[in-house]
Design a protein around this ligand. Structure first.
Ligand SMILES: C[S@@+](CC[C@H](N)C(=O)[O-])C[C@H]1O[C@@H](n2cnc3c(N)ncnc32)[C@H](O)[C@@H]1O
Length: 290
C-alpha cells in the first residue's frame, strides 16, 4: 500500500492562524530574551578558532527568530563568515523569510541556502548524497511536534554537528498549558498534522535514551486568553483555532468537548490575575552537545 504523506508544513489558513498567534502570544519575544541571555557565550565557544561558521535552521517559518539569531551571532563574532541553510517545508513561509532577508541590512553578508522541503525529505537527500555537510549550530524552534520520528530526527541532526557544535531545540515545557491541553484531549486533537504531542518531557526522555549530553533552560511565558471565554470574540475564537489546530474551534467539537476544553484551559492551564486568564505557555530551550 502506498505510504500516505502527512501534511505538517504550514500553508493556507494555518499561515495566517500562526501569524495571528505570534502577535498575541509574546512567544518570539520570550524566545529572543532567552537567546540573548544564553547564546552569546555559546556562540563564542562554538566559534573558537574558526574563521567560518555553518548554521542550519529546521522549521524556521517566516524566519523572524532566525534573523534575530543571525544578527546576534554576527555581533558576537563579527569577523567570522556565516553561511546558513534553511529547511522549511512551507513555500509561503519560505517566501516570507526570503523577503525578510532582502530587507534586513545586517543579513546581507550571510549566505543562505534554501531547502524548501520537510525535514524528512532533507534527511533522505543528505543520506542519498553520502557526503554529509556538517554545521556548527543547528536549531529547531517550535517544530519538533511535526517530525515523523522524534528519536531518529534528533539522532540525525545531532550527527550533522561539527566538533564543539550545538543543536538547540525549543519546545513547549513539560506540564505547561499546551502539554496539559493536548494530552488531556489527545483523542480529539492528535488527529491531523500532530499525531503524538511532544513537550520537553518527551524530548529529554529521548536524549537520555540516546545517551546524548544536553542542558535545559526554562523560557517563562504566558499570554492572555480571557477572550477565549467570550463566544462572540473574534480574537478569542482565532486563538482557540490555533491552540487546537482547527480552522473553526466551534464547528470542530461537540458542545461537551468544547466546554471541557474551556474549563481545562481556565482551571488547569492558566493562572488568573486581576480577572484576566493567563495561559501558561512556558517553553524549554534544550542545548544538545556534539
Ligand atoms: C510553529 S511553526 C515555528 C516556526 C518558527 N520556527 C518560529 O518559531 O516562528 C512550525 C514550523 O515548522 C514547519 N514544519 C512543519 N513540519 C515540518 C517538517 N516536517 N519539516 C520541516 N518543517 C516543518 C512549519 O511549516 C512551520 O513553519
Amino acid at each position: 500500500m502506498a505510504e500516505e504523506t502527512k501534511q505538517t508544513c504550514y500553508e493556507g489558513s494555518s499561515v495566517q492562524s500562526f501569524q495571528f498567534y505570534l502577535q498575541h502570544s509574546g512567544e518570539h519575544e520570550a524566545i529572543l530574551k532567552c537567546a540573548h541571555d544564553i547564546l552569546p557565550g555559546e556562540f563564542q565557544r562554538i566559534a573558537a578558532g574558526k574563521s567560518s561558521l555553518g548554521v542550519l535552521g529546521v522549521g524556521s517559518g517566516g524566519g523572524e527568530v532566525d534573523a534575530q539569531l543571525l544578527t546576534l551571532l554576527q555581533s558576537t563574532i563579527p569577523n567570522v563568515l556565516i553561511t546558513t541553510d534553511i529547511v522549511e517545508g512551507s513555500a509561503a513561509l519560505s517566501d516570507n523569510f526570503k523577503a525578510l532577508v532582502a530587507k534586513t541590512a545586517s543579513l546581507q553578508k550571510v549566505q543562505f541556502v534554501w531547502h524548501v522541503m520537510g525535514s524528512e525529505a532533507y534527511e533522505k537527500q543528505v543520506k542519498a548524497n553520502g557526503d554529509k555537510e556538517r554545521f556548527d549550530f543547528i536549531h529547531m524552534i517550535q517544530m519538533i511536534y511535526y517530525v515523523e520520528n522524534l528519536s531518529n530526527t534528533i539522532k540525525f541532526y545531532q550527527s550533522l554537528l561539527k566538533s564543539n557544535g550545538k543543536l538547540m531545540i525549543i519546545v513547549e515545557a513539560a506540564g505547561g498549558g499546551w502539554d496539559t491541553l493536548w494530552k488531556t484531549y489527545k483523542k480529539e486533537l492528535c488527529v491531523h498534522a500532530i499525531t503524538e504531542y511532544r513537550s520537553s518531557g518527551e524530548v529529554i526522555a529521548c536524549l537520555k535514551s540516546l545517551g546524548l549530553k544536553y542542558e535545559e533552560h526554562v523560557i517563562p511565558n504566558s499570554f492572555d486568553i480571557t477572550e477565549c471565554f467570550t463566544p462572540s470574540s473574534g480574537t478569542g475564537q482565532r486563538l482557540l483555532n490555533f491552540m487546537t489546530a482547527q480552522d473553526n474551534f466551534h464547528q470542530s467539537f461537540t458542545p461537551e468537548i468544547r466546554a471541557g476544553m474551556l474549563d481545562l484551559l481556565r482551571n488547569k492551564c492558566s493562572t488568573i490575575k486581576d480577572g484576566r486568564v493567563l495561559f501558561n505557555s512556558s517553553l524549554s530551550c534544550i542545548l544538545i552537545h556534539a
